[in-house]
Design a protein around this ligand. Structure first.
Ligand code: SAH
Length: 596
């Protein structure tokens, strides 16, 4: 089955706690989220609408113990976005009603049944097909794919109209379904890797049971010499594009009458791990890439077949000798995780300042796909909720290089590692440590080079703070870390002096800490040599997190006691200005784009 994010049980008051606890026992890693101040729970939130939207946008299944109408109104603005639709259910506080609302194709009715069974009530299921047959015929389990959803809907409406069906092929998940079956039925549910020929009396479900072994030419291979595919190759010399490889796989499937949806994986010799064309091909075919040594193996089918396929010179597989494709067909759906291994990944992400809306979608995707998550405990918590199957290597360990090396060690064994930073990972954070570790370690650890490394940007604290205050970074600015942990204080002083003299707006990261108590005052003394006391200063604390504060003061008023290590200090330039926003007595601060 698909690895689902554990659901969030959302409650408003203590009256729902008892029911919430009963439901929580059904799902590993599931947490109860309660309104702050009303009741103690695993997670607290301050505003229901924002919290539900946040969970929904993260793709977290929601079990809300409140009126259905409340939930509908809260998530309504997000419904036009077809991207994610996690299961959303409401349950009566006293456990007397279970109402699935959204996420039909994400298994909401399955959850409704599970919860209702635990609460000893009947779920309020309204999906006709489900009601009649006890299962969603159009939602086959992981490893199977419906050939055509439109045809599927027609087929189910024929069944609802009273027709019966036969089943051809292996469909164990339908064994318990109350389908009207008859051996002589006109309608047939066919579980087959063969392509659907368009007949409207068939519901075709493809088991993902085909693996395509793809051999690409090794370097120096000319189109008419036999090539040993097991030799090393340099990705630079490979010219076959991902699109072309995908097209060759399609041709091979077509030639055997096999449906593209039956494809479970592409299997590639390990030495081609870093060839981007193969990754493109797999992405365009929407299947995982798996890698295996092309040497002799005596594994079980299908891997022995595939290993044999990998050893076939590509010329014998395809006339034009660009790349060879060999297909292996298994009797049942294949779990791609059991074939060869995957290419390890390390993705360094920025969470943004705190709230989910300010995290870029690519970071959320990386987290969803991660097997292992590394970072300071606080950030790992911010990245959640995580699934029970995701390994967290949270630590207070300040040794960042050590953590970066650990990330490569994990990733080079084929795991999908995410390293979390707050804000942007490249701004005074882990991305530079990761690259430093790679540069140092790659010569001795060849495996590290094959790791697929990506850095996903985030909204940095300076940007998030500036946006709340207005546009103080509207003209030239610089970002400075006032921490002298990794650089001498003399350099910081010199840079401050130059930046102040150059009239740059300055964003101070790491402005102060218990271990660095005097540095900020020293820095401000330097700035005051160049800027007037009336210079605008913005202080953003815990921006994007619970209890955030934003203040606009002047350089003259600023005291180091106004600042702590969770504060972003933006010191304006000579042109930075402010005016009352006319609503709540606050000010807009901005630095005009022009200069006099
Ligand atoms: N990579 C992070 C910065 C890490 S340095 C980013 O791009 O934002 C840590 C410093 O960033 C803190 O000392 C503080 O000055 C600032 N900071 C991080 N998150 C913040 C937030 N939510 N609100 C205000 N300042 C923050």
């Amino acid at each position: 089955m698909a690895r689902l994010t554990p659901p969030a049980i959302v409650i408003l008051g203590a009256g729902a706690l008892e029911t919430a606890r009963r439901i929580r026992m059904l799902y590993a890693g599931c947490q109860v989220h309660a309104l702050q101040g009303r009741v103690e729970a695993d997670v607290s939130y301050t505003e229901l609408r924002a919290h539900l939207c946040d969970l929904y946008a993260r793709g977290t299944p929601i079990i809300a113990l409140c009126a259905a109408g409340i939930v509908i109104r809260c998530v309504a603005p997000l419904l036009s976005n077809k991207g994610v639709e996690p299961p959303v259910l409401t349950v009566a506080e006293d456990g007397s009603a279970v109402v699935p609302l959204l996420g039909g194709l994400a298994g909401v009715n399955v959850m409704a049944r599970e919860i209702a069974a635990a609460l000893n009530v009947s779920p309020a299921i309204t999906t006709s097909g489900e009601l009649r047959f006890g299962t969603c015929v159009l939602n086959p389990p992981e490893g199977y794919a419906l050939a055509d959803i439109a045809q599927g809907k027609r087929f189910v409406s024929d069944l609802l109209a009273g027709e019966s069906t036969r089943i051809e092929g292996e469909a164990p998940w339908l064994d318990d379904a109350q389908l009207p079956r008859s051996e002589s039925a006109r309608l047939v549910i066919r579980v087959t890797p063969r392509a659907w020929d368009g007949r409207d009396d068939e519901l075709v479900i493809h088991p993902r049971s085909v693996v395509a072994a793809v051999a690409v030419p090794s370097p120096g291979a000319s189109s008419n010499t036999d090539t040993d595919l097991a030799t090393n190759s340099d990705p630079d010399t490979q010219t076959t594009s991902g699109e072309r490889i995908a097209a060759l796989v399609h041709e091979a499937l077509n030639a055997h009458g096999l449906a593209p949806l039956s494809l479970a994986a592409l299997l590639i010799p390990s030495e081609h791990m870093a060839n981007p064309a193969l990754a493109d091909a797999a992405a365009s075919l929407n299947v995982p890439l798996r890698f295996a040594q092309a040497g002799p193996e005596d594994g079980e089918p299908p891997s022995n077949l595939l290993h044999a396929a990998l050893r076939v010179p590509y010329q014998t597989l395809h006339d034009d000798a660009e790349a060879g494709v060999a297909l292996a067909l298994a009797a049942l759906a294949i779990d791609p995780d059991t074939i060869g291994r995957t290419r390890g990944r390390l993705t360094v992400i920025g969470l943004g300042p705190g709230s989910a809306e300010l995290m870029v979608p690519a970071a959320r995707t990386a987290l969803n796909e991660a097997t292992d998550i590394l970072g300071y405990e606080t950030y790992v918590k911010m990245a959640g909720p995580l699934r029970a199957d995701q390994r967290v290597h949270g630590t207070d360990n300040r040794e960042e290089m050590q953590r970066a090396r650990h990330a490569f060690e994990l990733a080079s064994t084929g795991r999908s590692v995410v390293m979390v930073s707050s804000g942007d990972p490249g701004v005074f954070a882990m991305a530079a440590a990761v690259l430093e570790a790679l540069e140092e370690g790659a010569s001795t650890n060849a495996d590290w080079r094959a790791v697929q490394l990506a850095i996903v940007p985030g909204v940095s604290a300076a940007m998030a703070t500036a946006a709340q205050a207005g546009a103080p970074l509207g003209h030239d600015f610089c970002m400075l870390s006032l921490s002298d942990n990794l650089k001498p204080w003399s350099i910081i002083e010199k840079r401050l002096r130059h930046a102040a003299e150059a009239d740059l707006v300055m964003a101070f990261y790491n402005p102060i800490s218990r271990a660095r108590p005097w540095q900020l005052d020293k820095a401000l003394d330097i700035v005051r040599e160049y800027r007037t006391a009336a210079t605008k200063v913005v202080l953003g604390r815990d921006i994007g997190r619970a209890g955030s504060t934003l203040r606009t003061i002047t350089l003259g008023e600023l005291r180091s006691s106004d600042v702590d290590m969770r504060t972003m200090v933006i010191v304006g330039s000579s042109t930075t200005r402010a005016f009352a926003n006319g609503i709540d007595g606050d000010e807009w601060v901005y630095t005009p784009r022009w200069y006099q």
